[in-house]
Design a protein around this ligand. Structure first.
Ligand SMILES: [Zn+2]
Length: 188
């Protein structure tokens, strides 16, 4: 399957909450063990080879890769396998960083309970939209409160307090420009 088709599979599941992830299935004509085998055996709590929507690679593993990407509405069940919630809960911080999208990491950093971001039944993460709708994500004011209390971005807040308002406004405009520039490039 070519990269365009691979991405079309991912795009078609966007915003579709019934899809919990994608199974990376090895092509039948797979001569040697390579990165595809690793992808097809990944364990993220949705069953062997099933990637969460946030983590699924948007590229083919290598040129001429013929593996299939199959949207899943249910996890692949296997005796004794852990579900997503268990894996996330027991992951080391580094592994957890790999498994979580940035918005979820940021939320956890600002004190949101990780369990609240996990779907009922432990099947993957809520979508960012759902988390916002449920009031789980910190608002701008919460971020300010955290910084003021010496938490995340406290240093940034302190620096900006010491410079004239006009300069702060200029810095904000410049950041907004950067955000607008990068917005179309983000994947999730
Ligand atoms: Zn492959």
């Amino acid at each position: 399957m070519a990269t365009a088709a691979h991405r079309a599979v991912i795009a078609s599941a966007e915003g579709d909450d019934s899809i919990i992830g994608f199974q990376w299935r090895l092509s039948g004509s797979h001569p040697a063990t390579d990165i595809c085998d690793y992808y097809a055996n990944i364990e993220m709590g949705l069953g062997k080879g099933v990637w969460t929507k946030e983590a699924v690679p948007h590229h083919k593993a290598h040129p001429h890769c013929m593996c299939l990407l199959i949207p899943r509405v249910t996890p692949i069940k296997r005796g004794g396998s852990k579900n997503y919630a268990e894996i996330i809960r027991n992951a080391t911080p580094a592994r957890r960083d790999q498994l979580l999208p940035k918005w979820a990491k940021d939320a956890v950093d600002t004190g949101v309970k990780l369990d609240k971001l996990i779907k009922p039944g432990g099947l993957g993460l809520l979508s960012k939209q759902d988390a916002i709708a449920a009031g789980l994500l910190p608002t701008v004011n919460d971020a300010y409160k955290v910084a003021k209390e010496g938490g995340k971005h406290a240093g940034l807040l302190k620096n900006y307090r010491e410079i004239p308002t006009a300069m702060v406004e200029r810095a904000i405009r410049s950041m907004e420009k950067q955000i607008n520039l990068h917005e179309p490039k983000k994947i999730s």
